[in-house]
Design a protein around this ligand. Structure first.
Ligand SMILES: [Zn+2]
Length: 473
């Protein structure tokens, strides 16, 4: 009875949100959970498969890629594609997917789950497959410490012995969090990438061996603490990936790499067979190789053929702000969400890989969803922007002043800096710069505002946008 009332209340709130054009990605679930805290426990078993994606960066795009691949292969999928990844957002996605009787419309649920919310969400949804992307420092005021999240995941997974877990082999923190589990698979990126000319501003989080405390050594780094590591003091080292990306081409869109899937022979040592397939997706940025690789590996585990994955990746369009492309004032303009130092560094590296003059907006807010503490700006490698190809940087958002001070200390000449806190005003100013390409880097709470303005003032040119994920507006 309580469940019925909660479900109807959730449905009603969802209807009202839509009626008043309010983006209700968490409110319906929040209301329903207040009435029936067991709501998700009752809804989740209706799905044939529940897939959960957690970690710091790349959760939204990885979960959306998995949902897209599964849909392309003919399955119906429920997912929280807008990135509302706490328990209320997960509940909202399930409420939207079910009928008034509480019956699930979809066969599979693909859920993005905030690293701090796994304790509440995982026991409720009992995932069949969990994917962990990476652990970086993120909004410290909300998530406390990295160690806390890693311990939390390890503890939650011990109560889910039959759940399969897919880990990023290149991140020692992810491996430490999940390797004790009974059913583990690994994905990883092979070989050293082409020399990076942007300098080394990366933040290495997992410096020490989780077993003996020695400093980890690396054969090579990809970014952050991701790479091929080993402990000189004990046997801890990067596990051999079951799913391997190699021969990567990042300079041109689309991203392009070879996926090797190893089929292990349980009766003998080593790999009995390996299948390879060339994957291509219209997404930019080296870090997205990890996201495509994670999603493709998950799809293989879920039984989708490599050929079907290859075909479906070609018409994937990323959600709002994940390097989303527009045409603004006749020039290509890319909108990117930035929320922590490692994510921002990867976006800056991607921008600087392109030839030609660029103008940027960096808009940082300090509302609850952005993280109140903006001191992370000092951990990011803004020094990269002291570069000839950067024509102007417009500092915007509630913390425009902090951005400008940070850029001054990063060595960006004052003549290149413009202070313009307003959203619309900053876009107007950007349009006057006459660079060959524009970039808009924003924190969470101004993402939708910029996306809407760019859709109105510019033209959305994301390939396959009409068939991919619905936009946030
Ligand atoms: Zn060790």
């Amino acid at each position: 009875m309580r469940f019925r009332v909660a479900l109807l209340a959730g449905k009603l709130v969802n209807f009202l949100c839509r009626f008043f054009r309010y983006s209700g990605t968490s409110l319906p679930g929040g209301v329903a959970l207040k009435i029936c805290p067991q709501l998700i426990y009752k809804m989740a078993p209706a799905y044939d498969q529940v897939v959960a994606v957690t970690g710091t960066n790349g959760k939204t795009i990885t979960a959306n890629l998995i949902a897209h691949i599964l849909r392309s292969s003919g399955l119906s999928v429920a997912n929280n594609y807008e990135g509302a990844n706490m328990i209320a957002g997960v509940a909202t996605a399930l409420i939207k997917d079910c009928t008034l009787n509480g019956r699930a419309r979809s066969q599979v649920a693909v859920l993005e789950v905030d690293e701090g919310s796994v304790k509440k969400v995982f026991p409720a949804v009992q995932p069949d497959l969990v994917i962990v992307t990476n652990y970086f420092r993120d909004q410290l005021d909300r998530f406390c410490e990295l160690d806390h999240n890693i311990t939390l995941l390890r503890r939650v997974m011990t109560d889910l012995p039959s759940t399969r877990i897919l880990l990023n082999a290149d991140d020692p923190l992810v491996v430490a969090a999940g390797r004790d589990h009974s059913a583990v698979s690994y994905y990883g990126v092979d070989g050293k990438q082409s020399e990076d000319k942007t300098g080394d501003y990366d933040i290495r989080e997992g410096k020490f061996c989780p077993d003996c405390g020695n400093s980890l050594h690396y054969h090579y780094y990809h970014y952050g603490q991701l790479g091929d590591y080993y402990c000189p003091g004990c046997t801890f080292r990067r596990p051999v990936p079951d799913f391997l990306a190699c021969d990567i081409k990042v300079d041109d869109s689309p991203l392009d790499f070879t996926l090797t899937v190893r089929r292990w022979n349980s009766s003998s040592e080593g790999c009995s067979a390996a299948d390879t397939v060339r994957l291509r997706a219209y997404i930019r940025g080296f870090y997205n190789v990890y996201n495509i690789l994670a999603a493709s590996s998950a799809a293989v585990i879920l039984g989708v053929s490599e050929k079907a994955i290859q075909a479906s990746l070609l018409d994937f369009a990323p959600a709002t702000g994940r390097m989303e492309g527009f045409i603004y004032r006749g020039r290509p303009c890319t909108l990117a969400l930035v929320k922590n130092p490692t994510g921002l560094n990867e976006v800056l590296k991607t921008i600087l890989r392109k030839e030609g003059e660029k103008a940027l907006i960096i808009a940082i807010n300090d509302l609850a969803a952005d993280g109140r503490d903006v001191s992370w700006l000092w951990d990011a490698g803004f020094e990269m922007l002291d570069n000839q190809s950067i024509n102007k940087v417009i500092c915007s958002g509630r913390r425009a002043g902090d951005v400008a001070v940070r850029l001054k200390y990063a060595g960006v000449p004052l003549s290149k800096l413009i202070l313009e806190p307003g959203c619309r005003e900053s876009l107007e100013t950007l349009g006057l710069q006459g660079a060959e390409e524009y970039y808009v880097l924003v924190s969470y709470t101004s993402l939708n505002k910029y996306a809407k303005l760019l859709q109105k003032m510019g033209k959305d040119v994301v390939r396959g946008a009409d068939q991919g994920m619905p936009s946030l507006s």
